[in-house]
Design a protein around this ligand. Sequence first.
Ligand SMILES: [Zn+2]
Length: 449
Amino acid sequence: SGGAGEIEKLALQVPATQWDALQLLQSLGFRVNPNRQICQSAADVQAYYNEWATKRAQLSYLTDGVVVKLNDFVLQQQLGFTQKFPRWAVALKYPAEEVPTVLENVSFQVGRTGAVTPVAELRPVQLAGTTVARATLHNADRLAELDIHRGDTVIVRKAGEIIPEVVRVLAELRPEDATNVTMPTRCPECDSPLVKPEGEAVTRCINSSCPAIVQGAISHWTRRDALDIEGLGEKWVKQLVEQGLVESVADLYSLTVESLLPLDRMGQQLAQKLVDAIAASKARPWASVLYGLGIRHVGTVNAKTLAQHFLTVEDLSTASPDEIATVHTIGPEIAQSVAQWFQVPANQTLIARLAQAKLQLAATPEEQAQAAAAGPLAGKTLVLTGTLPTLTRPEATKLIEAAGGKVTSSVSKATDYLVAGEKAGSKLTKAEGLGVIILSEAELLTLIT
Ligand SMILES: [Zn+2]
């Protein structure tokens, strides 16, 4: 009881400053940074920043700067926030460490979207705490800009202290026989001609059965935030594609223990585990499946939004770009990308096969109920009357229900809206009498979207 009393006492002393808050956390047993310091002036801050410019190399973790916070919470509150950042805290970054090394070669990686990225193969060099042997060269435009040659001495740094990149080339140190690096014209994985659309930076392989693209698509499908297929790591995906066992994500659902056994280092138990993990992914929700398809611009957030709005794959695949773009936060570029994806015959085949394999291509009744409860017409009762200009009665009813509303047949005091079309009769008169709000079809659609 003594301990509880102590904590109670501590909890009552609400800290008034950043410093006190850290002291309190420390006294409660949390780990806080022991190198913190109170600075009384800008000169103090500058001195601290300068001191750690070199001292930080001895820390057991990587650092890229110092955060300076206003100590007094009252003053913090007074300063408040901009749209994105607090005004009472600022990060003072150290310049990224730059080191010279030699470019031994350039390889070209093909990603899941077919994007071809030139990668510098470097003479290994120590940089910001790790050994760097590879660095991105981004794209064809960047290659041309750097005018990089094999054998060049280059300056490398870590962008945001994480991804190594080539900053510049020391052309004066170029060996005489050095050859210029240019983008290949054919895919290094499948030998199809590469394309680089006018005005775009990215060079792409557009062969959808390119092994690099297939492998990338399957690895994306297995991700935890997509179909969450545990144990199916990249080395297995690579083998499955190379052995011709899998040409699309749909093929995963035909794999059996027997078909997996011939793979290198595969055993009965592991094969069973993988087959079970693949089968378990059939329970993953519609939003995760949609994300797993790897449609351009459809990340986890957009997939969730789209899946909440289009409750089945039929609804989404038959929607026009304009209809998709009416969804809040979904812009025209995303809408275009989604609509285009569903136009591709190979993708339509894929969806049909996934449906056959019993994946979740629609929201479950519980998810539908949840979406409806959060919809713009949640808790509202509507009545339809007359002939609507574009929607049939069942279509209008479906839209209203998806938005959380209820459709009843007769007007009463409990009616929230009457949706009236042409030749509306007695219901309109009654609604007007009761003061019920009358909506046109267009007004209804504005309410819903
Ligand atoms: Zn290719």
